[in-house]
Design a protein around this ligand. Sequence first.
Ligand SMILES: [Zn+2]
Length: 130
Amino acid sequence: MACTCGGIISNVLYPCDTEGELIGEGNSESAHKEVTERIINYIQTIESGKAEEWRKKHYGESAIAATVHQEVISDILQEELTKYEKSVAECEKCGRLWIQIEQYKNEYLAYFPDNGRYNAVCKKFKKKNA
Ligand SMILES: [Zn+2]
């Protein structure tokens, strides 16, 4: 993505330190609710002995053996969050945050930081001990 300052925001690597997602409180609440409901539904399916049938329906006959619970839950999380998130890209040259205006559209609006520099907003941080 080309920035107003002339910098280029690259997203070739994954995960990328300059790419992220933005989710508002209302959408976050909806996503958490739907993720929880789908995971509970999957657990109930496992408990009823129909997990293989469920995976066959969602992944197709050939993928059943290779699809483990961790993968199913990861897919549920990804699918639900994607429904509610907007993409964010941060310019390393000037610090502008480019936020997707509308989901599934390649249109972004820039927000310039008060300190006028790159702030590594999207960079992965180390977990803090609770
Ligand atoms: Zn820039």
